[in-house]
Design a protein around this ligand. Structure first.
Ligand SMILES: *[C@@H]1O[C@H](CO)[C@@H](O)[C@H](O)[C@H]1NC(C)=O
Ligand SMILES: *[C@@H]1O[C@H](CO)[C@@H](O)[C@H](O)[C@H]1NC(C)=O
Ligand SMILES: *[C@@H]1O[C@H](CO)[C@@H](O)[C@H](O)[C@H]1NC(C)=O
Ligand SMILES: *[C@@H]1O[C@H](CO)[C@@H](O)[C@H](O)[C@H]1NC(C)=O
Length: 439
């Protein structure tokens, strides 16, 4: 190193003799190779190199040159480039992790379903040629103007896997009263047979003693008497419709529902007013509650209505007439299942609220179903629209490895982000306020 210093000093002071120039250029080449090797090793170590590795390029070593300023500038530039490279690598790392996680979920799902799979050649075809009402329902229908091509009614492709049940569902007397077969219809929908074919039968009349819903605004907080399937909301609790959350259907004064989303704890529990405050007053006007967890009974819509926000409530009705419960309150239930594209136009919603749900619309964790769902939410939100993730449940490692990168990938921008440990083993919650950006 001493020789090197000497040579370099001499080099700067007087016009160097040719021999020395060769020495110097050799030194420079060595130095460059040294730099390059280190740069490569830092890059290869995939962004995990501690910042200390970069310190060796700081002007401390470089001060030996008289011409150190330009060299320092070069080194600064190299440092900057390295830092940028490392940031990019970290980004790539995150993306690779997301992709890995998604791939794993996909493979898990495939191997789990493999034993039940139909042979590939018959995978998407009927076991038997459809006949009768089923054939009529899925055949061509002249829908448009005279002379236009006939349309084919929509039918979920998963229906071919449940042909026996579907044929049972389509066995009815045309023009008569529809059979009482809601459980069958639900089983088909949950199996992904969505939409179901239409039927030419009349919806069943209400049972004796049908009670008209209470008038607004009292209906918002009147416990519905759903006489079609239950005597009162206790049947919903028995059906396990709300994940063991009795309080989720308790609309009485002093009950949990009355005060829901009233207080903001600065952590996972956001208040309605804090969420609405993210936008100028009055600009959040229409929304969709995808529900989940304790948010099943339309209460978000009931609490938003006095704030001037019209919210429709997605109900999956997994074994209990929640739709009737929501409708009796004077709120709009919409049928949305996890297998379905959201039944809304692109770029229309000011707000989408989604809580955690077991086997519900917002699949917990970070699977492919979640990715499809998030892209669809992004689609229906208007630019500047808000997605309120409310106690979204996942495993601890998924918070940073899967869910957060997935939200970034879909394109959401974080306005607020909170994570916290849940009660179960390695159960974490994410609450977040995200926006669909303007560009
Ligand atoms: C190199 O960057 C440091 C800050 O990172 C700065 O103080 C210094 O002036 C820079 N040197 C040159 C030669 O640009
Ligand atoms: C609901 O009906 C059951 C009987 O079916 C009754 O025992 C229960 O007290 C009722 N609950 C309410 C809140 O009315
Ligand atoms: C929003 O506007 C309404 C009507 O103009 C007003 O009553 C209300 O107090 C406002 N809310 C806030 C938080 O400013
Ligand atoms: C996720 O990452 C943040 C910041 O890197 C960290 O503070 C947090 O503890 C991580 N969360 C989990 C659940 O690992």
């Amino acid at each position: 190193m001493d020789t090197e210093v000497d040579l370099l000093h001499g080099n700067a002071k007087k016009p160097p003799p040719p021999r020395r120039r060769r020495c110097c250029s050799t030194t420079a080449v060595t130095l460059l190779v040294f730099l390059f090797t280190n740069a490569v090793s830092i890059l290869v170590s995939s962004g995990a190199a501690p910042p200390s590795l970069l310190r060796r390029y700081k002007p401390a070593t470089v001060r030996l040159w008289d011409d150190s300023a330009s060299l320092a500038a070069d080194l600064n530039a190299t440092q900057a480039a390295l830092a940028a490279g490392r940031a990019e690598l970290a980004g790539l790392h995150a993306r690779v992790n997301t992709a890995n996680e998604l791939l794993r979920t996909l493979l898990d799902a495939m191997s789990a379903s493999a034993p039940h799979q139909a042979p590939p050649d018959g995978a998407w075809s009927w076991k038997r040629e459809p006949s009768g009402e089923l054939k009529l329902a899925i055949g061509p229908h002249a829908l448009g103007a005279a002379g236009s091509a006939p349309a084919f009614a929509a039918l979920g492709h998963a229906c071919v896997r449940a042909q026996d049940d579907l044929e049972r569902y389509m066995a009815y007397a045309p023009g008569g009263e529809c059979p009482a077969d809601e459980p069958l219809a639900r089983a088909l929908l949950l199996a992904g047979c969505e939409p179901l074919p239409r039927r030419r039968c009349r919806a069943r009349p209400p049972p004796k003693g049908y009670a008209h819903p209470a008038p607004l605004p009292g209906s918002l907080w009147a416990t519905p008497l759903d006489t079609s399937a239950c005597k009162n909301h206790s049947c919903l609790l028995r059906a396990g419709a709300v994940d063991g959350c009795d309080a989720c259907l308790d609309l009485r004064p002093g009950g949990r529902e009355r005060a829901r989303w009233g207080r903001d704890d600065g952590a996972l529990s956001y208040s309605l007013d804090a969420v609405l405050a993210a936008r100028p007053n009055g600009t959040v006007r229409i929304g969709l509650d995808l529900g989940g967890g304790g948010s099943v009974s339309g209460t978000l819509a009931a609490r938003m209505l006095p704030r001037g926000v019209t919210v429709v409530t997605a109900v999956a009705d997994a074994g209990a007439p929640l739709d009737g419960f929501v409708a009796a309150r004077g709120l709009v239930p919409v049928h949305v299942s996890a297998a379905q594209r959201l039944p809304f136009f692109d770029g229309t919603m000011d707000l989408v609220h989604a809580g955690h749900a077991r086997g519900g619309w917002m699949a917990p964790g970070g699977g492919v179903a979640l990715e499809f769902a998030l892209f669809d939410v992004y689609r229906v939100l208007r630019p500047g629209g808000l997605l309120w993730l409310d106690h979204f449940a996942c495993a601890g490692e998924q918070v940073n490895a899967t869910v957060a990168p997935l939200l970034d990938r879909v394109g959401f921008r974080k306005l607020r982000w909170n994570t916290g440990r849940g009660k179960g083993k390695d159960r974490w919650y994410i609450s977040a306020l995200l926006e669909r950006p303007m560009a």
